[in-house]
Design a protein around this ligand. Sequence first.
Ligand code: DUC
Ligand code: ZN
Ligand code: ZN
Ligand code: ZN
Length: 466
Amino acid sequence: MSRTAIRGGLVVTASDEVHADVLIEDGRIAALAAPGTSAAGAWTADRTLDATGRYVLPGGVDAHTHMEMPFGGTRSSDTFGTGTRAAAWGGTTTIVDFAVQTVGSTLREGLDAWHAKAESNCAIDYGFHMIVSDVNGGTLREMDRLIEEGVTSFKQFMAYPGVFYSDDGRILRAMQRAAANGGLIMMHAENGIAIDVLVEQALARGETDPRFHGEVRKELLEAEATHRAIRLAEVAGAPLYVVHVSAAKAVAELARARDEGLPVFGETCPQYLFLSTDNLAEPGFEGAKYVCSTPLRPREHQAALWRGLRTDDLQVVSTDHCPFCFTGQKERGRGDFSKIPNGLPGVEHRMDLLHQAVVDGHITRRRWIEIACATPARMFGLYPRKGTVAPGADADVVIYDPRAEQVISAGTHHMNVDYSAYEGRRITGRVETVLSRGVPVVEAGAYVGRAGHGVYLPRGLCQLAG
Ligand code: DUC
Ligand code: ZN
Ligand code: ZN
Ligand code: ZN
């Protein structure tokens, strides 16, 4: 039996902020004790960590990553090994990645392939969602079986015709199945059929630079698809989770549906909160670094996203971490923005960027932990094992120094990608120590984790859908 005590910190969860000592036994939180009582002999620990003047937080839960994701003839540059190590550096102790069903194959084949990539390679614990690209009778039956294995959420795409795209009929059938089996449908809400027309017309006009990626993927086409997904889910009687919401008008659609009492949820990502079309328009081909879908929006949209996070019209901030190197990968789209692989690196900096948002007054400290830890854990059936610091929970704990200063840079980050979308950005706050199930992963500025420590997490059903 191993025992660790974390003494003197401010324990911050989604619901409370208390000065307490945290006692860990065999990888789980055993107790929270009044400050000092653990030192008074009532608790004998093998190890004591001093958290005086720091926060003691639940490890981050990033519910949207793409490690080794095939896209546009290449694949995202982080493996499960490099990506989960970078996540740990940034205080994230759980990821939920997207296994991919390709058209013509089964869900099983896709899921097995993702298990093979992740197994024995992860520094932190991981689960899977399933991307459903080919809805048919067999696929619908497979959804039931995957739920029994802890893959309880299914992503569909209204974009990327010919690759991941599902038409409204296929979406409705998958939603009906989810309504019956308790699964959660996650939606990439952009009208990809219309976007492809605009792409073709833009290229024909010679509009080939990265900034045109943002212009053709119009806000109205995100809002329209968001509306359509909400109403299809309503018809099916299924809950809905809209991923990577970037547009103010899409937030308005979610807010309206929630005010009607529908079980619809929205996720946004740091890139939409901190970056904008100004980045896409950077000189030369630099804008390619910021090409992702949904796209970055004009700066004015950020206020709507922050407001949505405060009013609970948006519930989760995940990264959509999908890194491609500028050299050799993003460069595939020189002269044709539609060939730039879509995605941004971000898994390492979500907790820090959101702490900066606390410092800047956009959200409260507890809301930070709610949107980054507790709600994603509840949304995807992992709570209270993950997402909180409470007796019985896994001892996934971050000691966070809220006063340390850092500057984000590709020169010092740990993701396997040759640029940072946040290069030069100053952050107040820094991860000091990270425990995963009580085992140190990051300590005193060093990585002390191990590939293969992370285990597969079979998940329960969404705990928020009612
Ligand atoms: N969007 C991205 O930016 N990358 C991967 C897939 C997606 O939907
Ligand atoms: Zn998507
Ligand atoms: Zn509302
Ligand atoms: Zn994604």
